[in-house]
Write a protein that binds this ligand. Structure first.
Ligand SMILES: O=C[C@H](O)COP(=O)(O)O
Length: 258
């Protein structure tokens, strides 16, 4: 089985301006040591307006922190007011682009079809998608979380080749656990993360499935991360609120010590 490096990614959402971003990343870099970076990949996902400042800091100080954007346009360039292209993000040396976060699906009506176009745009420009999937409370109550989430995976990866999927990050984020303090149990997380890996194996083969990383997201904190990370198909966390607190986020990165 492939050895997957855990990825702890802080999704700041619409928080921290570019000056606050610099202070935050400096504090985070100071708190992390070589041992942390060898064991875990650490990434931040700031608002678009912060990315140039984060890039300058990471490059200038040769930090081992990676960064990416919270969204990406499906288009390369042109008359798409308000959008940011993959080429622009690649120019900023972004590693990641979040695609299909539930807040984009909910507030901006993003569909699986659009997510699929965004996944293809990310790969076209050398970015790694962090593809977000997961069910709402009604679906969970009906017991349909696996089927719902796998349909989102199928839709977003339609036509994406195995060699690209091998490097993808898929974040399973049950919507009812996002920002609510209600974390999924480790078994809930494993049920769906395991099913997602199973689907990747069906679609692309075992080797590809074993090399893709699957994160859990939804009210992850230092106090609950270790049990979630102990699950065999959970390879990291997409952390929202707790990533805004550097000390808490560092404790999440050090999940093995919790
Ligand atoms: O992208 C992160 C998720 O939406 C989780 O957010 P949260 O940790 O604040 O629940």
């Amino acid at each position: 089985m492939a050895t997957r490096t855990p990825l702890m990614a802080g999704n700041w959402k619409m928080n921290l301006n570019h000056l606050e971003a610099i202070a935050h990343v400096q504090k985070l870099a100071f708190a992390l040591n070589d041992k942390d970076h060898e064991a875990v990949e650490v990434a931040v996902l700031p608002p678009f307006t912060d990315l140039r400042s984060v890039q300058t800091l990471v490059d200038g100080d040769k930090l081992r922190i990676r960064y990416g954007a919270q969204d990406i346009s499906a288009h390369d360039s042109g008359a798409y007011t308000g959008e940011v292209s993959g080429a622009m993000l690649a120019k900023l040396n972004c590693t990641y682009a979040v695609i299909g976060h539930s807040e984009r699906r909910q507030y901006h009506n993003e569909t699986d079809e659009l997510c699929n176009a965004k996944v293809k745009a990310a790969y076209k420009h050398g970015l790694t998608p962090i593809l977000c999937v997961g069910e709402g409370l009604d679906v969970r109550k009906a017991g349909n979380q696996v089927a719902h989430t796998l349909a989102q995976v199928d839709g977003a990866l339609d036509g994406v080749p195995a060699e690209q999927v091998a490097g993808i990050v898929i974040a399973y984020e049950p919507v009812w656990a996002i920002g609510t303090g209600e974390v999924a149990t480790p078994e809930d997380a494993q049920e769906v993360c395991g099913a997602v890996r199973g689907r990747l194996a069906e679609l692309y083969g075992r080797e590809t499935a074993d090399s893709a990383r699957i994160q859990y997201g939804g009210s992850v904190k230092a106090g609950n991360v270790a049990a979630i990370m102990a699950q065999p198909d959970v390879d990291g966390a997409l952390v929202g609120g707790a990533s805004l607190d550097v000390d808490e986020f560092v404790r999440i990165v050090r999940f093995r010590d919790q």
